[in-house]
Design a protein around this ligand. Structure first.
Ligand code: NAP
Length: 317
């Protein structure tokens, strides 16, 4: 099998609530057992060969947990990618009015960079968290200059993550940005899965210059897993279950494998927050989808506007 192209996202292990299709958690929050479970997930991923971990200050205490965890490993092959631009505000409370706040100003970049330094010596990547046209971050010279400075002084990769039905347009704009004649961004964290395949329209452009493509939301936040709340995906669910049976894995592994083979990215992120889900997700590395399997899955793409309006309905739970 090829080298492991699966990384672990830490959005769901650094805060108890996250946007997905799970049932709401009602158990009282306990920091000690929460951290213990996060360590178990990180260790399970490491044991299975994962060496790329994606985090952010917006993911609650994920950066602190990851920084404590890497000290237990002392392994220079571990890569940590973080982001800046969101502040976690929920304080572990499911009923918080606001779970996170976006701030794409240069002061926030400087502040969060200082905090993220706890991830050294394994910190290799700094990304803008969810760059949009509305936040003006790609037109903000102070931000772009500061990121270019960090790239050269700290010797790290600079990137951005994108979300939303215009993610391709944001990517196009980001690819045009140059500082001192050199492209600034080299890591592109993009939503891609069986339902939202819009990344295809810009993939060749991104892959020039050996840029890194990192896929997020490969399971469409759990929506590709059979679920009675999404009857319009029943046909997809039945195809996925057939492929899962054929390849002797779960539906999750089929969806992750689809991303690996159809994009050939640098990494696909697993968003698992359960040890068993990490193990299930990694079965994506044990088989090959045929061209016929891929062609069936390609046919289930939906319009980005439809995909993202459904995504907006998902709850924190
Ligand atoms: N930059 C951004 O704006 C942004 C946005 C979203 C995500 N991300 C990054 O991408 C990573 C992955 O994205 P994601 O977590 O949103 O999406 P995802 O991978 O599409 O979905 C994760 C969901 O699938 C569930 N799941 C996984 N394997 C399963 C299995 N075998 N059986 C049942 N359920 C399973 C998980 O449940 P459990 O939690 O119960 O395991 C979780 O609810 C994040 O951790 C984060 O690092 C970045």
């Amino acid at each position: 099998m090829e080298t492991l192209k699966i990384g672990l996202g830490t959005a769901a292990i650094g805060r108890p609530h996250y946007i997905n299709i799970r049932n709401a958690t009602t158990a009282a929050f306990d920091l000690k057992s929460f951290k213990k479970k996060a360590f178990q997930v990180l260790n399970a991923a490491y044991k299975k060969g994962i060496r790329y971990y994606d985090t952010a200050p917006g993911y609650g205490i994920a950066e602190q947990i990851v920084s404590e965890w890497i000290k237990t490993k002392n392994d220079s092959t571990i890569e940590i990618a973080t982001k800046w631009g969101y502040v976690y505000t929920a304080n572990f409370d499911l009923n918080a009015d606001i779970h996170e706040l976006k701030d794409h100003g240069v002061d926030q970049l400087i502040k969060q960079w200082e905090d993220s330094k706890i991830l050294f010596p394994n910190l290799t990547t700094l990304q803008i968290h969810s760059a949009t046209f509305e936040s003006g971050v790609l037109e903000n010279d102070a931000v772009l200059q500061k990121m270019a400075e960090l790239k050269s002084i700290q010797n790290i990769h600079i990137g951005l993550s994108v979300s939303g039905d215009n993610q391709v347009e944001v990517l196009k704009r980001a690819l045009e940005i140059k500082i001192d004649g050199q492209p600034l961004f080299e890591v592109f964290q993009v939503t891609y899965n069986i339902l939202d395949q819009s990344l295809h329209s810009i993939i060749e452009l991104i892959k020039k210059n050996k840029n890194r493509i990192v896929i997020k939301e490969a399971l469409a936040n759990g929506r590709i897993l059979p679920n009675a709340d999404y009857p319009h995906y029943y046909k997809l669910y039945s195809i996925l279950e057939g492929l899962a049976k054929k390849h002797k894995v779960g539906v999750d592994a089929i969806a992750l494998r689809f991303c690996i083979q159809s994009i050939d990215p640098f990494m696909v992120l697993s968003g698992a927050s359960e040890v068993q889900h990490v193990k299930d997700n990694l079965k994506a590395n044990t088989f090959e989808l045929s061209q016929e399997d891929l062609d069936i899955l390609y046919s289930f793409k939906v319009k980005p506007s439809k995909y993202w309006s459904e995504r907006k309905q998902l709850q924190w739970n």
